[in-house]
Ligand binder design. Structure first.
Ligand SMILES: C[S@@+](CC[C@H](N)C(=O)[O-])C[C@H]1O[C@@H](n2cnc3c(N)ncnc32)[C@H](O)[C@@H]1O
Length: 179
């Protein structure tokens, strides 16, 4: 379980009402670990991921919990449901830069007043910068968050590993609240 999901769920918990559970959207849900946690925490969850190989697992999960899965490419998403929590762990950097602006506009539109945004972004000094994704300067990240209440903006650089070997990571962990 990603700590970002736990923190975001805590912050958005007050959006749940007895007659209307809070909603969460998760972009790039993978095998649904965070979606399962959010649903078990009382959210109605909408997940999006382009990976065909996870569809069966998500379909099974949807029979057990209030999770609604869509297989789609985030770079071509026409809209998102309005939501109290938008979570995206280790996914948005893989959206190609030409499509990122439109996706970010969809994300901002989807957030309800006081909705929580919790996302990972990658920085310009990440080893993968220059490949087909979106790698940002701190000023870019701050501009993306313009008009939101920033609750956390943690920039980290470290040498570590990825699935493909040693890697320099440059990341931003963002938690913000819509006004
Ligand atoms: C590194 S995994 C992270 C999975 C999960 N969020 C986690 O934190 O463990 C990235 C996920 O994003 C999905 N993904 C990457 N690019 C995507 C895109 N353009 N559209 C939809 N899903 C995408 C992948 O299929 C994968 O499930």
């Amino acid at each position: 379980m990603r700590p970002l999901a736990r923190r975001a769920a805590e912050l958005a918990a007050d959006r749940s009402r007895a007659d209307a559970p809070a909603t969460a959207v998760e972009l790039g849900c993978g095998i649904g670990i965070e979606a399962r946690f959010l649903a078990a925490s009382g959210f109605t969850v909408h997940t999006v991921d382009e990976d065909a190989s996870i569809e069966q697992a998500m379909a099974t999960l949807s029979t057990q919990l209030p999770i609604h899965h869509t297989r789609a490419d985030l770079a071509q998403l026409p809209e998102l449901p309005r939501t109290d929590l938008l979570l995206s762990c280790a996914t948005l950097p893989f959206v190609p830069e030409p499509a990122f602006g439109a996706l970010w506009a969809r994300i901002r539109e989807a957030l309800r007043p006081r909705g929580i945004l919790a996302v990972d972004l990658f920085g310009e000094r990440d080893d993968w910068a220059g490949t087909d994704g979106t790698y940002l300067r701190r000023a870019d990240v701050e501009a993306l968050l313009d008009g939101l209440e920033i609750l956390e903006l943690t920039e980290e650089e470290r040498d570590g590993r990825s699935f493909s070997g040693p890697k320099h990571w440059h990341t931003f962990r963002v938690i913000a609240r819509a006004r």
